[in-house]
Design a protein around this ligand. Structure first.
Ligand code: ATP
Ligand code: MG
Length: 361
């Protein structure tokens, strides 16, 4: 039998959690892109596609990243990928150079072609206008089919439990941007990395899980190697979400707020940063088994260590560490922010106060 003190404690906690969940919904809703912004972005995509077709008639320009997976915030950048459906095509770096010249001549975009980057892209930006008060930033890459697939995978995860998954992801994106820990160029983690951390947590850490593992579910019918592999990587996942939602129900009934509190607790206290790899495909792996440890016998000791401080396995490119840009200093700051957030929530302030403290710039 609970003592009166404990009962008061439990009911106070329940009240806090209900309140915080509601505040989280309200908070993210006002940060979603407007219908107008989405329409302008779609117009930009069509315009760019028309221009690219003057160079490569058999090309298509597709959205990926947040504009396509349902995790978009107001003024998110646009990630576009050009696919060319013909055998004789220019190399990505030639295309980047040619497209850069064309867009410079024909449009009002500021254009920056990067033909020699690891993945050649054209970077575009547009100054603010009435329809887009903050302008637009856009990257165009070529033949990045794996990125289209990982976008579709994240979208399927979002569709299984739209309220909890989208609220958590959108909140963490805003939080990480406001706390300045969402910048791979400055040694912290990309939005994509944070989304993978959320999915990993919901599939592999929560018990019972909030989400099933789409990459490990049995296919409905036999499929050939050809249909499941892309550039040597297995890209198969269960993508019939409608059917899945008829057959699979999570028995986890925690609210968004409870999940968020536990997310911060897990990543500030329990995730084994030194030895572990978060893999949404396979659960918790060991750096050692992936050759991602700090290899003392290797002459490239410093290099390997710098790249593998924090390890998040890409869902398809399993030899690729999505967090490889995170530096020692960056990881220290990220973990510090997880701890700070856990501390803010532990004292259960009023929900609005909690959110404004969490996202303080
Ligand atoms: P934002 O709204 O902040 O732009 P986003 O959801 O578009 O967030 P990004 O980090 O811009 O996320 O990533 C967009 C896409 O680019 C991802 O879906 C992924 O395909 C690819 N990507 C980004 N970062 C990486 C990375 N470190 N490794 C592999 N792919 C990445
Ligand atoms: Mg993006």
């Amino acid at each position: 039998v609970a003592l009166p003190g404990e009962r008061r404690h439990a009911s106070k906690h329940r009240f806090f959690v209900v309140d915080l969940s509601q505040a989280l919904f309200d908070f993210v809703i006002q940060l979603l892109p407007t219908a107008e912004e989405m329409a302008v972005k779609e117009d930009v995509r069509k315009l760019l596609e028309r221009l690219i077709r003057t160079i490569e008639p058999d090309s298509r320009l597709l959205s990926f990243g947040s504009t396509a997976n349902g995790f978009s915030l107001r003024n998110s950048d646009m990630d576009l990928c050009c696919l060319i459906d013909s055998d004789e095509r220019l190399s990505a770096s030639d295309l980047v150079t040619m497209l850069g010249d064309l867009l410079e001549r024909e449009t009002k975009f500021h254009v920056k072609p990067l033909p020699h980057a690891r993945i050649p892209i054209v970077k575009l930006s547009l100054d603010p206008s009435p329809g887009l008060p903050l302008g637009i930033a856009c990257d165009i890459g070529f033949e990045n089919r794996l990125a289209l697939e990982n976008t579709r995978l994240l979208m399927c995860y979002a569709m299984i439990d739209p309220t909890r998954v989208r609220t958590l992801v959108l909140f963490l994106k805003v939080w990480s941007k406001r706390r300045k820990i969402n910048s791979p160029y400055q040694g912290t983690l990309s939005s994509y990395g944070y989304v993978l951390l959320v999915i990993y947590f919901l599939v592999h850490v929560k018990n019972p899980p909030v989400l099933p593992n789409l990459q490990q579910m049995p296919p409905l019918r036999p499929i050939s190697q050809e249909d499941t592999h892309m550039g040597g990587y297995n890209t198969w996942f269960f993508d019939d979400v409608e059917l899945l939602c008829q057959r699979w129900h999570s028995s986890n009934t925690e609210s968004v707020a409870e999940l968020l509190i536990d997310f911060f607790r897990y990543y500030s206290r329990d995730f084994p940063y030194n030895t572990g790899v978060a893999s949404i495909r396979s659960g918790l792996l060991k750096k050692e088994n992936k050759g991602w440890q700090n290899d003392l016998t290797n002459g490239r000791y410093n290099d390997a260590r710098e790249r593998n401080r924090f390890c998040i396995e890409d869902p398809f490119e399993t030899d690729f560490n999505v967090a490889r840009c995170v530096t020692k200093e960056g990881l220290y700051r990220i973990r510090g922010e997880f701890m700070r957030a856990a501390r803010v929530l532990a004292v259960r302030p009023r929900a609005i106060v909690a959110l404004s403290q969490l996202c303080e710039e």
